[in-house]
Design a protein around this ligand. Structure first.
Ligand code: LIP
Length: 267
């Protein structure tokens, strides 16, 4: 299927910002050894990528609003469309020269997530989806994994780091889920967790404390790959609550049941 005009716009912005991030990523390794460290440099790389995306999308679709990780909200004349942008998801990985990070661009139309692009410029993996048109990794159609027993599943999660609350909750939930699953992984980039779940690499994923720009694009991609997503209460308020549970519907429900069991203190 030829890409739509909208997809072309989103992909062009992601690839251009990706070239900038990839160049800066090459420099990060050198900076690791300096006393000051690469943190300042990385935040500049992040801002640079965001500016590229902002310029490209504004040029192609004047008036659309923005919600961006760095720049926050930019209200446009068009109140029905909003870009939700993370120019660098997986910042800690980038900072440590771990090649697991990506650009994430989602589009909301009248409050509904309708398109998403996630791009890892190091692996050159481009995940795209538009509502009703399927999800793709480069040219390949995506489908979530069909496994239905947690014992066969590799589940991704986000581990709350310093500055994030509720480590005991995470440990309670992780303990119950670890007892059930074939393996657990943590990539450090929520957008990639959703993209990899859409690609069937992960069977499921849950995380707390995430932002709309971490998950907006990934939600569209996952749904278009036949996956299901909810917040950790089983509702549809992922962006508002900053929590997410994803997978095929069976696995999502089994993960929710474990989360519920951890909350109620049942073994
Ligand atoms: C990251 C998320 C990740 C989470 C990290 C961090 P950032 O976003 O994608 O899932 O566990 O703590 O929030 O800050 O790299 O854009």
């Amino acid at each position: 299927m030829p890409a739509s005009a909208l997809m072309n716009v989103m992909v062009a912005a992601a690839r251009k910002a990706g070239r900038s991030l990839a160049r800066d990523y090459g420099e990060v390794a050198q900076l690791q050894v300096s006393i000051k460290g690469p943190a300042n440099f990385v935040s500049k790389a992040d801002l640079k990528a965001e500016e590229i995306i902002f310029q490209e999308l504004s040029k192609a679709r004047p008036g659309y609003s923005f919600l961006m990780e760095e720049g926050g909200t930019v209200a446009g004349d068009d109140k029905t469309h909003r870009w939700i942008v993370d120019p660098l998801d997986g910042t800690t990985n980038f900072l440590h020269s771990i090649p697991l990070f990506c650009i994430s661009i989602g589009l909301e139309r009248e409050g509904q997530l309708v398109a998403g692009v996630i791009y890892n410029p190091i692996s050159d993996e481009l995940y795209t989806a538009e509502k009703g048109k399927g999800a793709f990794l480069n040219d390949h159609r995506l489908r979530v994994a069909a496994r239905t027993a947690l014992s066969d599943c590799v589940i991704a999660t986000g581990i709350p780091h310093r500055g994030r609350d509720n480590h005991p909750r995470f440990l309670r939930e992780a303990e119950l889920i670890l007892k059930e699953v074939a393996g657990m992984r943590r990539t450090g980039a929520a957008a990639l967790d959703l993209a990899w779940t859409a690609a069937g690499r992960f069977d499921g994923y849950w995380e707390y404390g995430i932002k709309p720009w971490d998950i907006a694009a990934g939600i569209v991609i996952l749904r278009e790959a036949g996956g299901f997503v909810s917040d950790t209460n089983g509702g549809n308020d992922m962006l508002e609550r900053g929590t997410i549970v994803a997978g095929n519907d069976k696995i999502r429900k089994l993960l929710l049941a474990q989360i519920e069991a951890a909350r109620s203190g049942k073994p």
